[in-house]
Design a protein around this ligand. Structure first.
Ligand SMILES: *Cc1c(COP(=O)(O)O)cnc(C)c1O
Length: 444
């Protein structure tokens, strides 16, 4: 079968690894296509709130007793000036998930939620608590004794392994993270220091995931966290919307058809940006426009979605090998749970070169002092791509949004970075200072 027959013209740019913007022609005002019944966003919001005292008990220095997994929403005027925005484009805010406690990345939302759901489920079925009860029970000795006989397993090269590994091991689970051998040394050390078993595999990330899944399948007492299709991860990410809503209000931001909200989300397999988009569309309906950002080397979501196919379609099918410095986004195949749910919900997807990611990382550091990782910088180009590129301007004109752009709000979601060691960060910045990637997107 010819995989490449009838692909839309944007595949010329995708295959050539040139930055591009894809606007979703199937986005609808009313969301279509419900999530599987296992996705329960209300329950996830509640569970994350209920978990605050527990997480505070586990990490009193880093977690507030009232609001466990939250990050600030901040004004970033200096960043918008530094990148050459103009008032006609609207206001820029930044959602600082790179500062999320303990895990230091957006994975604290989905990852912590899944571990909490597993722990709560076990405590319930073993009579340690009743439904809706106090989650502090999960930190008591009877619960620890129960968790010791259970393992939580995940395959990950980075942030997901960190979030799952740190919380499951803090609760007393046997915690196992499968990694590829070339994963960063400091990540393995950090996990091992926290009591996590790190199992290294030759080959790539996908191989590590497959080996983890296989190992867990043979063990009745093992729970495998499946980055590609887990509803609990997804609903944990979606719960972020209920946090952003009041924060926008506190900043005096209204969201309606005269005041559209644009949100820019770095995308790997799609769980985090997809879950957040799902939650935001529930909250704001058609007036929120979520755009995903991917590296040109691993643009799995735009490949899947722009192809228009419902069967899996990967970057390997168009001859890309997935190489990128943005290791949080180096994924070849989009999540089969998420892609169909984005069909009516996501506004579009853009891609950036690694050099552009590093240049954005430097601008975020220089202008605002934010310590982020390359993947997490991808959202910062969003307002420029939308407002300045040929494709973006055509979209704004065609949809009637051009008129209301001065009243628009842009939210750049920075997804990770707090755990990056100082030495590593210096190397990122040093590399970035040698680059002068083009951040004008007129031709995109
Ligand atoms: C995981 C991750 C993402 C993307 O999340 P997916 O669920 O893989 O799409 C973005 N940024 C950072 C820093 C991440 O670790």
């Amino acid at each position: 079968m010819n995989q490449e027959a009838d692909l839309p013209t944007i595949f010329g740019s995708i295959r050539a690894q040139q930055p591009c913007l894809w606007v979703n022609p199937e986005r609808t005002a009313a969301e279509e296509g419900g999530a599987p019944v296992e996705v329960d966003v209300d329950e996830a919001e509640l569970r994350m709130l209920r978990a605050a005292p527990l997480l505070h008990r586990l990490w009193p220095e880093s977690v507030s007793v009232h609001q466990a997994v939250t990050s600030p929403l901040v004004d970033v005027d200096r960043l918008s000036h530094s990148l050459g925005s103009e008032p006609e484009l609207g206001r820029w805010l930044l959602k600082a998930d790179h500062q999320l406690p303990v895990a230091g990345s957006v994975k604290a939302r989905g990852g912590f939620h899944e571990v909490l759901a597993v722990a709560e489920g076990l405590a319930l079925s073993n009579g340690l608590m009743s439904p809706g009860g106090d989650l502090l029970v999960l930190a008591t000795e009877p619960a620890r004794a129960l968790f010791r006989d259970h393992s939580v397993v995940v395959g990950s090269t980075g942030n997901l392994g960190m979030a799952i590994g740190l919380l499951s091991s803090a609760l007393g689970f046997t915690s196992i993270v499968h990694m590829s051998r070339d994963a960063k040394e400091w990540k393995k050390k950090r996990l091992r220091d926290a009591g996590v078993s790190v199992i290294e595999h030759s080959g790539d990330y996908l191989n590590a995931v497959a080996r983890g899944r296989e190992a867990a399948r043979q063990d009745r007492h093992a729970h495998f966290v499946d980055d590609e299709r887990s509803p609990d991860l997804f609903s944990g990410y979606a719960a972020a919307a209920s946090e952003l809503g009041p924060q926008l209000e506190a900043h005096g931001v209204t969201v309606d058809s005269e005041h559209p909200l644009f949100v820019y989300l770095p995308c790997g397999v799609g769980g985090a940006p997809g879950g957040i988009t799902f939650g935001l569309r529930r909250l704001f309906g058609p007036d929120v426009y979520c755009f995903f950002a991917e590296p040109v080397g691993a643009p799995c979501m735009v490949t899947q979605m722009a192809s228009g196919r419902s069967e899996p379609f990967s970057i390997a099918d168009i001859g890309l090998d997935g190489h990128t410095e943005a290791d949080g986004l180096a994924v070849g195949q989009a999540s089969e749970l998420v892609a169909p749910l984005m069909r009516s919900r996501v506004a579009g997807i853009y891609t950036l070169t690694d050099d552009q990611l590093f240049t954005l990382l430097r601008r975020l550091d220089d202008s605002e002092g934010f310590e982020i990782e390359p993947s997490a910088a991808a959202g910062a180009a969003g307002p420029l791509i939308l407002g300045h590129s040929r494709t973006g301007r055509a979209f704004l004109r065609g949809s009637g949004l051009a008129r209301v752009m001065p009243a628009a709000t842009h939210v750049i979601w920075t997804t990770g970075g707090a755990l990056i060691p100082a030495e590593e960060r210096r190397a990122y910045l040093q590399h970035a200072r040698q680059l002068h990637a083009d951040l004008r997107f007129d031709d995109v």
